[in-house]
Write a protein that binds this ligand. Structure first.
Ligand code: HAM
Length: 414
């Protein structure tokens, strides 16, 4: 029979991989709680229209990368490529779009991208959305959160790029002048950039083509179109957090989702290679209205967990572990009862019950190869006199026979 493989770009994770995930996820949750942000969980599947109207049907994400299919009712539904759209859909539905709220979420996202290091088709994000807050204080608070993530997770060589896209009008005016400037250079552009020029001109600023980047050096700058107050917001953010994070104002940063309006940002690390952004975010004041809700200014971010975990030096949580070995000459239900008494006495220790049919000797040999500190041996003799042998699996190899109560006390102290 042919074996069935996983889908490309959709990795499995085993305990050895996840051992570096848990401390990072815990630390992120700790930071979110320190900022008094509440959790939200939304479905992984949403109607496709939600993403068309939010992320935008001119964006690469919706155009080329979305996993969409018709359900049994012939409704087009999609795996979420990001978390913001679902959160806004939810708060509109619950009529929370008339108040201020702060949410965080964590979970899998799906994009049909070309898989490579740091880029997957199923990946994980931790996101934060501040809803109902005008430009100003919330922007500072969110950048403070970015700094706390970078410092709390001990990320080295990180740089935060910030930019301001202005309001709807300034964005349109700037796009127009960019198109006028770039039209004469069209024959020097590849198909992708020509398509961007007609569909979503601001995305050309993101072009990886060196020739286009050179042409853009003399192009009109976004700074000339946005207000004095927008420019001073950028300068003030840069100054305020200068001692916490390297911040660079980058007028070419436009981001790949259509819903952004004011401040946008991306945190990158040179330790990541080609896919170097591990946080992306910005303000999206028009999204709630575009999704049928009230006017609700908002700003948010998402952290790419695979990328963050690969560069975080937060300690791996080394769990304390012991092995419980019982006699196999006759299966002793009592062994399971005692093992559970131990587990109840100290839930910080992982007690691994050896369930194989091998001899106590073979079980001990295996235990010695693990990272367990002790073996608890419950053989025929111990069953008869209601005792347990506790054997150290570290250098000294010391072993002591204890009564069950003594053993429980010992277990509490490991
Ligand atoms: P985004 O920039 O598309 O923003 O994604 C945020 C982060 O997710 C990226 O910086 C990256 O670390 C990670 N990421 C994106 N695609 C992949 C992939 N294929 N494989 C691995 N990691 C990936 C958003 O998604 C917005 N919803 C952020 C936001 C929230 N803006 C406002 N609120």
């Amino acid at each position: 029979m042919d074996k069935i493989n996983s889908l490309r770009g959709m990795p499995d994770f085993y305990s050895d991989d996840l051992i570096s995930w848990t401390p990072v996820e815990n630390k992120l949750e700790e930071v979110f709680r320190a900022f008094s942000i509440g959790e939200i969980r939304t479905p992984i599947l949403e109607y496709t229209d939600l993403f068309k109207r939010s992320v935008g049907d001119t964006s690469d994400i919706v155009n080329k990368e979305i996993y969409s299919f018709d359900d049994r009712n012939d409704q087009s539904i999609s795996l979420r490529p990001e978390g913001t759209a679902g959160v806004i859909r939810s708060v509109i539905e619950k009529k929370l779009d008339q108040q201020q709220s702060k949410f965080w979420y964590m979970g899998p996202m799906f994009r049909y991208e070309r898989p490579q290091k740091g880029r997957y088709r199923q990946f994980h994000q931790a996101g934060v959305e501040f809803l109902g807050y005008q430009e100003g204080q919330a922007d500072f608070e969110l950048i403070a959160l970015v700094c706390s993530i970078i410092n709390g997770l001990d990320i080295k060589n990180a740089k935060l790029k910030i930019n301001h896209l202005g309001d709807k009008d300034s964005k349109i005016q700037f796009a127009r002048s960019l198109v006028t400037f770039l039209e004469p250079y069209k024959d020097q552009m590849d198909d992708k950039d020509i398509e961007r020029l007609s569909k979503n001109p601001l995305r050309i600023l993101d072009s990886k083509d060196k020739k286009v980047q050179e042409i853009l050096e003399n192009a009109p700058s976004l700074t000339d179109f946005i207000s004095e107050s927008a420019n001073s917001l950028l300068a003030s953010i840069q100054k305020t957090f200068a001692d916490q994070c390297t911040i660079e104002i980058d007028n070419k940063l436009v981001r790949g989702l259509d819903y952004y309006t004011g401040l946008v940002f991306e945190a990158c690390s040179s330790d990541l290679g080609a896919q170097d952004a591990f946080i992306g975010g910005g303000r999206y004041d028009n999204l709630a209205k575009a999704l049928g809700g009230k006017d609700m200014p908002a700003i948010g971010l998402a952290v790419g967990l695979e990328r963050l975990i690969s560069i975080s030096s937060v300690l791996r949580c080394d769990e304390k572990k012991v092995i419980f070995i019982s006699s196999t000459s006759n299966i002793t239900p009592l062994a399971f009862k005692i093992a559970n008494k131990l587990r109840n006495a100290n839930s910080n220790i992982s007690l691994d019950m050896d369930l194989t049919d091998s001899s106590i000797k073979a079980k001990l040999r295996r235990a010695n190869k693990t990272n367990a500190t002790h073996a608890f041996i419950f053989g025929d003799e111990e069953m008869n006199n209601k005792s347990i042998i506790v054997k150290s699996l570290r250098d000294d190899n010391e072993q002591v026979s204890m009564s069950i109560d003594e053993c429980i006390d010992f277990f509490k102290e490991i």
